[in-house]
Design a protein around this ligand. Structure first.
Ligand code: GLA
Length: 739
C-alpha cells in the first residue's frame, strides 16, 4: 500500500507525488502538503504551524493559537472562524448553517469502483489504485460525510469526491457541495486556463495569481465553450518542458466552479466542483448526495509531462475500455458538403468517392429525420424522413456496409423543436418556467432530461434507429444552453436541483445506450467544443473539437485543448476553402497536417474536387493509416507555443512508446522575406538512439535533435511541404530510429 495511515495522519503517495493531511485537535481535517514525493514519517510538525494572529477567532479560549483561518484545511466549512470560501454548506431546518464534521474512522481498499450515477474513474486493470475513505460526522444534524480519495500511482493522479449521508430525522439543504479543496501554502503561481467561445474554443490564458478570488466557471448546464473545467497552477518560470505545475479537472459536464482564493497570508485555496450558484439539494432523511470526482495531478517536469500523465490516466482509468486503445476510423461527414440539402442518391455519390479514397466511415449529419430541411423543425422526431430516404435509412446503411465501410449518424437527443410530433404530444417536456416565454436558441428548446419518461422515450427512439441501421457510430450534438430553467415535476424547494438532475439524465441516457450497444463509438459535440469535458469523455471517447475547421484557427484550438486532453479525444477534419468560418484559403496539405494530430476526418464535398485534389486526399489517407497509431496514441509534446512565443509559428510532435518513431510538425502562418534561420527543438526522443529525418541519409543522435535542434535547411526539406514561399505552410518530419 502506498497510502500510509498512522496516528490519524494520511499520506497518499504516488510514484512522484505526496499528498498529506491529518486529523486536527478539534477532530476536523487539516491539510499538510501536496507536491513532490517525500518520505513518510509519523508526524510533520513543521507543516502545521499554529501561530496566534491578532483579530482572528480561535477554536477555544484555551487554544488561542488554533485559528481556523490560519490553517490549511482539507474540506472547510463556513462560520466557525475560517472566512475563506468553504467547500460545502448545509442548512438545517431552523436556518442554521454551521457544521462540525469530526473524524470517525477510515477504510483503505485496493482498486477503484465506478460511481453509481456519475461518470467516474475506475481501475479495471489492477493498475495499483488504492482508495481511502474517511468518515466524519456532524453530531447536531447526524449527517455523515465521506471524503473519498483514490490514488493512481503510475499516473501521479489523485481523484477526490465527497458523499453526504443524512442519518438524521430532518431534511437538510445542501447549498454547496464541492468535490475537492487544496490549500497551498503560497500564491506564487500563474493561473492557467482555457477561455473561448463558439468556433474559438480553449485558447491558452496565463496570468499570475492576484489577491482575492479568480475562477473559471459555467452556469450554462454545460461545461461550455466559454470556460473549461481544466485549469492549472504553475510557477512563473514553468514551461511546457520544465517546472512545477498542478492540474485540476472535474469529471462532470454541467455547471462547475474552479476557484482560487489568495488570502491575507498569501496562501491559495483551490475549490473544484459543482457551481454553488444554481444549486441546492434537499438531503432527505436516509438519502445521500454524491459529488462528481475531481482530478488532481502534479509534476515538476513541466506542462507537457502534466498533459501526458493526465492523458494516460484518462485512457486507462476513464475512457470506455471498449474503445480506449482502439484506433479510430477515418470518417467523412456530409455536413459542410450538403448541409440539409441531400437525398440518398447524393449521399451515395459521396460514399462511393470516399470509398475509392480509402475513407473508412460515412457520417450522416443533421437533417435525416422528421421533415428537417432547415434548423426550425423536427428535433425530437427520431424517425427517418421518407422524402429523403423513401427506402428507409437501413437501405443507405446496407449499401455503406456492403462497401465495407462503417456508418455513423447525427443525433441531438436533448432537444425539441416546436414543430415536431414530440412537442405536439408532450409540450410539458420542454424546459420552461411557468408563465414565462421560453427563449429560443437556434430555433430550438431543451427537453427535461431529469424526467425518467423523457430519458426512456429517447432510449427507445434511438435504440430503434441504431438497431435498424446496424449503426457503428453516433455524433451526439447539443446546440444550445438551458434558459428559464424549471422542473415541472419538482417541488419549489427542489428547483435548484434541476441543473444537476438534468446532467444526471444525460448520463443515464448515455449509460443505457453505451451498455445496450457496446460496439457503437460515440463522439460528443456541442456546437463544436461546447461540452469538451471529462464527464463526456467517460462515455464518448472522442469529441468534435470545434465547428471551426480553418487550419490556422485549429492550431490555436488544438494547441490549447492539448493541455488538458489527449489528441485521441479530438475530432479533427479537413474541410473546404475558402473556409466557412473565416473565409481563409489554406493549402490542402496544411489542413491535413493539422488534422493528422487528432482523429482524422473529411468534411467537404469530395465529388466536386479535381483529380489532383482527390489524389492528394488518397495519399493523405494512406499516410495517416500508416502512422495512425502514433498520431492517435503517441506521447504528445508541444514545442513552439503560439500563445506565448511567436504567434506566427506553432509546432508539436508525437513520439511512440519505445521512442523508435516520432512525427513532428511545424506550421508557419505568414511567410517572411529573407527570413532568419529557424530551429525545431525536438522532445521525448532517446538521447542515445540514432535517428534519420524524412529518410535522408544523415543520422542524428536524439540528444542532438533535442538540444541543438533541427536547423532551417532541414526544415525546408520536410516530408510533405507546401511551397515554402507561401503563407500557411506546414512541414512534417518523420523521425525514425536506425536499427
Ligand atoms: C452543430 C455541429 C455541427 C453540425 C451541426 C448540424 O453545429 O457542431 O458539426 O453537426 O450542428 O446542425
Amino acid at each position: 500500500m502506498t497510502i500510509y495511515c498512522n496516528n490519524q495522519q494520511f499520506h497518499l503517495q504516488t510514484n512522484h507525488t505526496s499528498y498529506i493531511f491529518k486529523v486536527l485537535a478539534n477532530g476536523e481535517l487539516g491539510q499538510l502538503y501536496y507536491g513532490p514525493k517525500i518520505h513518510d514519517k509519523p508526524s510533520y510538525t513543521n507543516l502545521t504551524i499554529r501561530e496566534e494572529h491578532d483579530a482572528m477567532p480561535a477554536w477555544r479560549l484555551d487554544q488561542s493559537d488554533f485559528q481556523p483561518e490560519a490553517l490549511k484545511q482539507e474540506y472547510a466549512s463556513f462560520g466557525k472562524g475560517d472566512f475563506r470560501y468553504p467547500a460545502f454548506q448545509l442548512t438545517e431546518t431552523n436556518g442554521s448553517r454551521i457544521s462540525e464534521f469530526v473524524y470517525q474512522n477510515h477504510t483503505l481498499t485496493k482498486g477503484k469502483t465506478r460511481l453509481a450515477q456519475l461518470p467516474s474513474s475506475f481501475d479495471d486493470t489492477n493498475d495499483a489504485a488504492e482508495t481511502l475513505t474517511l468518515v466524519l460526522k456532524d453530531a447536531v444534524t447526524a449527517v455523515r460525510l465521506h471524503l473519498n480519495y483514490t490514488i493512481f500511482p503510475n499516473q501521479d493522479v489523485i481523484v477526490r469526491s465527497a458523499t453526504f449521508v443524512n442519518e438524521g430525522p430532518h431534511t437538510l439543504t445542501l447549498n454547496t457541495a464541492l468535490s475537492a479543496q487544496i490549500d497551498l501554502p503560497d500564491a506564487k503561481y500563474d493561473f492557467i486556463h482555457f477561455p473561448g467561445s463558439w468556433a474559438r474554443e480553449r485558447h491558452l490564458s496565463r496570468a499570475p495569481l492576484h489577491d482575492g478570488i479568480q475562477s473559471v466557471s459555467s452556469l450554462r448546464t454545460a461545461s461550455s465553450h466559454q470556460q473549461n473545467p481544466f485549469c492549472m497552477l504553475a510557477r512563473p518560470d514553468t514551461t511546457d518542458h520544465d517546472g512545477e505545475v498542478f492540474g485540476f479537472n472535474l469529471i462532470y459536464s454541467g455547471n462547475f466552479l474552479n476557484q482560487v482564493e489568495v488570502d491575507q497570508f498569501e496562501t491559495s485555496r483551490i475549490l473544484i466542483g459543482i457551481n454553488p450558484t444554481e444549486f441546492a439539494w434537499q438531503l432527505t432523511p436516509n438519502s445521500s448526495f454524491q459529488t462528481p470526482e475531481a482530478v488532481l495531478s502534479y509534476t515538476n517536469q513541466g506542462m507537457n509531462q502534466l498533459s501526458q500523465q493526465l492523458g494516460q490516466f484518462y485512457q486507462e482509468h476513464l475512457v470506455n475500455p471498449n474503445f480506449a486503445q482502439q484506433q479510430r476510423p477515418i470518417l467523412i461527414n456530409n455536413w459542410e458538403a450538403t448541409f440539409f440539402d441531400f437525398d440518398e442518391a447524393k449521399l451515395m455519390t459521396i460514399v462511393s468517392e470516399a470509398k475509392t479514397l480509402g475513407i473508412e466511415m460515412f457520417v450522416l449529419d443533421d437533417g435525416w429525420f422528421g421533415h428537417r430541411d432547415d434548423d426550425t423543425t423536427s428535433l425530437g422526431d427520431w424517425f427517418v424522413d421518407k422524402t429523403k430516404f423513401p427506402n428507409g435509412l437501413s437501405h443507405l446503411a446496407t449499401q455503406i456496409h456492403q462497401l465495407d465501410m462503417k456508418f455513423g449518424l447525427w443525433f441531438e437527443p436533448e432537444m425539441i423543436s416546436l414543430d415536431s410530433e414530440l412537442y405536439r404530444a408532450h409540450p410539458d417536456w420542454l424546459i420552461c418556467a411557468p408563465n414565462r416565454q421560453a427563449t429560443p436558441s437556434r430555433n430550438q428548446y431543451v427537453l427535461d432530461l431529469s424526467r425518467s419518461e423523457v430519458v426512456t422515450y429517447l432510449i427507445e427512439q434511438m435504440s430503434a434507429v441504431i438497431t435498424e441501421t446496424k449503426l457503428d457510430y453516433i455524433k451526439w450534438d447539443m446546440n444550445r444552453n438551458i434558459t428559464e430553467i424549471f422542473g415541472n415535476e419538482l417541488a419549489p424547494n427542489q428547483q435548484l436541483e434541476l441543473s444537476h438532475r438534468y446532467i444526471l439524465g444525460v448520463y443515464k441516457l448515455y449509460d443505457a445506450l453505451t451498455k445496450r450497444f457496446p460496439n457503437v463509438l460515440f463522439e460528443s459535440c456541442a456546437s463544436g467544443g461546447g461540452r469538451f469535458d471529462l464527464g463526456m469523455m467517460y462515455y464518448a471517447p472522442q469529441a468534435w473539437t470545434s465547428d471551426n475547421t480553418d487550419a490556422v484557427e485549429r492550431l490555436n484550438i488544438q494547441f490549447g485543448t492539448s493541455y488538458g486532453y489527449p489528441q485521441i479525444m479530438m475530432g479533427a477534419h479537413v474541410s473546404d476553402v475558402p473556409n466557412g468560418q473565416t473565409g481563409r484559403m489554406t493549402p490542402l496539405e496544411t489542413r491535413a497536417a493539422v488534422a493528422y494530430f487528432g482523429d482524422l476526418g473529411y468534411e467537404l464535398d469530395i465529388t466536386q474536387l479535381s483529380d489532383s485534389e482527390k489524389a492528394a486526399i488518397k495519399a493523405q489517407v494512406t499516410f495517416y493509416k500508416k502512422y495512425r497509431q502514433i498520431f492517435q496514441f503517441g506521447r504528445f509534446y508541444r514545442l513552439d507555443n503560439p500563445f506565448a512565443d511567436d504567434p506566427n509559428v506553432t509546432s508539436w510532435m508525437v513520439v511512440n512508446s519505445d521512442q523508435s518513431l516520432a512525427i513532428a510538425a511545424r506550421y508557419q502562418l505568414l511567410n517572411q522575406p529573407n527570413p532568419k534561420s529557424c530551429r525545431l527543438f525536438l522532445q521525448g526522443l532517446d538521447p542515445n538512439k540514432q535517428y534519420t529525418v524524412n529518410d535522408q541519409p544523415e543520422v542524428f543522435y536524439g540528444d542532438e535533435l533535442m538540444t541543438a535542434g533541427l536547423l532551417s535547411p532541414r526544415i525546408l526539406k520536410a516530408h510533405s511541404e507546401t511551397t515554402t514561399l507561401a503563407d500557411f505552410h506546414a512541414n512534417l518530419f518523420i523521425i525514425k530510429a536506425c536499427h
